[in-house]
Design a protein around this ligand. Structure first.
Ligand code: DWN
Ligand code: SAH
Length: 405
């Protein structure tokens, strides 16, 4: 049995999604024979309550000089991070401020600090996306963040007012080193501000596609409290977010340095009421996931029998889990439309569905569009009115499988 990555208690997986490829490993046909697969399984630690993968993929296989996800593909996300940066600038910076961000990607958040002339440092191991940030004038180093790097940053730049990370902390299996690094890096009143997909939303909406190689952890306020307490830190506030299908933003400071907002206890009470501390909750989640797969495959087969065309919208990392777990193959869907040049002309990981430029979608609308980017549903549907007007229908599977009329 594997051990919990946080407290070392042996844990058993509650679900297995089977063999999975690298979620962002879009590939050419000559690479098919060498594609890397691993067992995608999730376990719940009854001791520290952390939900996590029980088999990991090496970080260098996922984050490298050809990383396929560029954060700035969503204008709504750019707006979301601009608002966050504004809040940080207004409320959390002291004299001679310094802001550090891990997983800074193409600079979607740090651009707001760079433009304001605020001292900043991005830490982004995927060299190609980091280069885009540098082109925008954002100071970025391509390394994986850990305790050792935190010491080097303090030696060179001093301590930070804000240590930020969006959709990255849950990607790092060696979290004790990360949090120990944060402890070293933060000024006495400094704050770690991070957000990740929230376990409560995954359970409530059966959004199982948040599970893929890059996401080693599925956080709750419970599990994050346990983790940070081991390093003399504490959660001082939490703020639910609607982005990425439901995320949680955590504000963490040195123990005793800030008053704790009532929202922390309120959210912990909600988690208890939802049963996030109980193994049965995850048995139910598994049943819901299995039902979702059955429903989606029945719908796609019915549509195929009617001779209608289906194309998929957005080659998200999440869709790698959906296509491979459910068994969605190129005979059921024609292609995946995506706006990211590096994915276009390639094939989706594992299922090998062709990824085509967005123009293909517009040129000849399919009868149905399977919305792999459901988390950007509002943004996408607002700009795809013409698809609907032409009689096109959306298929979604979160929170349940349905055709949107
Ligand atoms: O946590 C992570 C999140 C933040 O981003 C990473 N591990 C990887 C990535 O996950 P994802 O690939 O599931 O992210 P998104 O933002 O749901 O999907 C982005 C993809 O969707 C891009 O390939 C671009 C595409 N897209 C599109 O084709 N048309 C997106 C939008 C908004 C569109 O209109
Ligand atoms: N913050 C952006 C990007 C999220 S994708 C957003 O919310 O859109 C996750 C990013 O984290 C990738 O760009 C990846 O290269 C980076 N990353 C992965 N492991 C990391 C680590 N150990 N330290 C810093 N960044 C890391």
């Amino acid at each position: 049995m594997p051990n919990c990555l946080i407290c070392r208690t042996p844990i058993e997986p509650f679900i297995s999604f089977g063999k999975m490829p690298i979620a962002n490993g879009f590939l050419n046909p000559e690479e098919f024979p060498h594609e890397h697969f691993f067992d995608l399984q999730v376990g719940f630690c009854s001791q520290c309550k952390m939900v996590q993968l029980t088999e990991l993929v090496e970080q260098e296989k996922m984050f490298h000089g050809n990383y396929a996800f560029f954060s700035s593909t969503s204008s709504r996300m750019a707006e979301h991070f601009r608002r966050l940066a504004d809040t940080v600038k207004r409320e959390y910076l002291g004299p001679d401020p310094f802001v550090v961000e891990i997983g800074s990607n193409d600079g979607i958040m740090l651009q707001n600090f760079a433009q304001a002339g605020i001292r900043h440092l991005g830490i982004e191991p995927s060299a190609n996306v980091a280069e885009v940030a540098r082109q925008k004038g954002i100071r970025t180093i391509s390394e994986f963040f850990n305790e050792d790097l935190a010491r080097r940053i303090v030696a060179e730049y001093g301590q930070a007012d804000a240590f930020m990370g969006a959709n990255v902390v849950c990607h790092i299996p060696y979290l004790h080193s990360v949090v120990a690094g944060v402890k070293i890096l933060l000024k006495p009143k400094g704050l770690m501000i991070f957000e990740d997909p929230y376990l409560g939303d995954i359970v409530a909406k059966t959004s199982y596609d948040q599970v893929y190689d890059e996401h080693a952890f599925y956080f709750s306020v419970m599990s994050v409290s346990y983790l940070v307490a081991q390093h003399g830190l504490e959660i001082i506030d939490v703020q639910p977010q609607t982005v990425h299908g439901g995320s949680m933003r955590y504000f963490i400071g040195h123990k005793g340095a800030h008053p704790i907002k009532p929202m922390v206890a309120a959210q912990l009470a909600k988690e208890e009421a939802m049963g996030l501390q109980r193994p049965e909750t995850y048995v139910r989640l598994r049943e819901n996931i299995e039902r979702s797969r059955t429903d989606l495959m029945k719908l796609l087969r019915d549509i195929k029998q009617q001779g209608k065309r289906v194309a998929c919208y957005a080659a998200t990392s999440k869709s790698t889990t959906v296509t491979n777990y459910c068994g969605i193959t190129p005979d059921l869907v024609e292609f995946i439309s995506d706006t990211t040049p590096i994915k276009q002309g390639k094939y989706s990981p594992g299922a090998h569905i062709p990824v085509k430029p967005y123009e293909e979608f517009k040129k000849r609308y399919p009868d149905y569009a399977l919305l792999f980017g459901w988390n950007h549903g509002e943004e996408i549907m607002a700009k795809e009115q013409a698809f609907k007007a032409a009689g096109g229908k959306w298929i979604v599977y979160v929170p349940k499988v349905q055709v949107l009329e």
